[in-house]
Design a protein around this ligand. Structure first.
Ligand code: DSN
Length: 427
């Protein structure tokens, strides 16, 4: 068969784009070459419905070893007792967890999407908001911090079956113990979606939800720096309180209910090439190098936030504890949409984002979200953060001046040459 020049040419162009630009999308990262290599392997050819040692297909003995390795490694990373590494994504992990715990129409309580929450935590446009009765807590208008009093009041009056913590645009740590007290008071399960800060939690740089939440879900490609995918974890397995029993009348353990909710509940054949890449990434996570990386993420985020504040940018909650920050551009009279589109022209990639109590639509927004995991992978340290803020500021302060925006693009390209990406790859 002839090599598909069309597709590979486009893949090459994308690599050039990634190499030349400053990547500030908080949910993106650059995997190691060995993580990418594991994904492009013969494992993509294999069907392996089921779990290690209990598959529906023959020929799974090697696949079993690989998947078990991924499970064992991620359990070691988070010092936890249960892991399912099959979810194709974070949203799939959340779907499976909800399927395991809830009946249609059950109440759930999560952080409002417009306050930094996530689509799969009950948004009306997502399955979670269509199948379940979703309610939301917010952040406080004056501080940008989660309104725990509101969360408690809503939980007490609504008696949700599931309380969700975790967000996609929240820069502060959580009071998990407080949320667990509320969950216990109303008899709810507590889950935490750690997709964003997982890499920092893995290295004990943020509070750990594991001692307080019944369930943890995550993606594997953000601060965990693995392939695109999801996971479900529990600190300890426990007997399911829903009373579900096996054919012999014994109460099923939650691990069994969760496994069944992933497959056959919400997915078919697992992506074993991705699971192999997860195993590689989880091995990297266990290394001291990753500890250094995770610490650098936090230092870079703090340096970036300081440099932005120095230029008069308003950061929601006044700063960051993790890898990201949310900037309200209303004092600069620029919309998130315009900022994202113009920064893109200068090869600075980030996303527009609603800010809490935004007066603009989600398609326009008043803010932008900035994250540093990807530039930290490129080798940047605190001293590069003011330079990046300077580029951003030059673009935003000259937003309609194509000559200046074009000149920043050239400066960005030159700047990035000191931080090579995949030098071993030709294109
Ligand atoms: N798309 C992810 C993010 O950017 O945070 C959430 O799913």
């Amino acid at each position: 068969m002839q090599r598909d020049q069309t597709v590979f040419k486009l893949i090459g162009k994308e690599l050039t784009r990634q190499r030349e630009g400053i990547e500030l999308i908080a949910s993106e990262n650059f995997t190691s070459l060995q993580v990418m290599e594991a994904m492009g392997t013969s494992l993509t050819n294999k069907y392996a419905e089921g779990y290690p040692g209990r598959r529906y297909y023959g020929g799974c003995e090697i696949i079993d070893e690989i998947e078990q390795l991924a499970i064992d490694r991620i359990k070691q990373v988070f010092n936890c007792g249960y892991a399912n590494v099959q979810p194709h994504s974070g949203a799939q992990a959340n779907a499976a967890l909800m399927l395991a715990l809830l009946q249609p129409g059950d109440r759930i309580l999560g952080l409002d999407l417009s306050m930094g929450g996530h689509l799969s935590h009950g948004s009306p446009v997502n399955f979670s908001g269509k199948l379940y009765e979703a309610h939301f807590y917010t952040v406080k208008k004056d501080t940008g911090i989660i309104d725990y009093e509101m969360l408690e009041e809503k939980a007490l009056s609504l008696k949700p079956k599931l309380i969700i913590c975790g967000a996609s645009a929240y820069s502060r740590d959580y009071d998990y113990a407080r949320m667990r007290r509320v969950a216990d008071e109303v008899g709810a399960f507590l889950m935490c979606d750690i997709a964003h800060p997982a890499g920092l939690i893995a290295k004990n740089l943020l509070s750990s939800p594991f001692d307080h939440c019944h369930f943890i879900t995550s993606t594997t490609h953000k601060t965990l720096r693995g392939p695109r995918g999801g996971i479900i974890l529990m600190k300890n397995d426990f007997e399911n309180p829903m009373g579900l029993k096996d054919p012999k009348g014994n109460k099923r353990m939650m691990s069994h209910i969760l496994d069944m909710a992933v497959f056959p509940g919400t997915q078919g054949g697992p992506l074993e090439h991705v699971i192999a890449a997860k195993a590689v990434a989880f091995g990297e996570l266990l290394s001291d190098d990753f500890t250094v990386y995770a610490k650098q993420i936090q230092k870079n985020a703090q340096a970036m936030s300081k440099a932005l504040l120095a230029k008069g940018y308003q950061i929601i909650s006044g700063g960051t504890d993790n890898h990201l920050m949310l900037i309200d551009l209303r004092n600069k009279n620029i919309t998130g949409k315009k900022a994202q589109e113009t920064l893109d022209k200068a090869h600075i990639t980030l996303n527009k984002n609603a800010v809490p109590y935004d007066d603009k639509s989600p398609f326009v927004t008043s803010g932008i979200r900035i994250g540093v995991p990807a530039i930290t992978t490129r080798g940047m340290k605190e001293e590069q953060m003011p330079a990046i803020v300077e580029f951003i500021d030059q673009v935003l302060m000259n937003i309609d001046n194509t000559a200046i925006v074009g000149s920043v693009k050239e400066k960005v390209k030159e700047f990035m040459q000191a931080f090579p990406l995949y030098p071993e790859l030709k294109n």
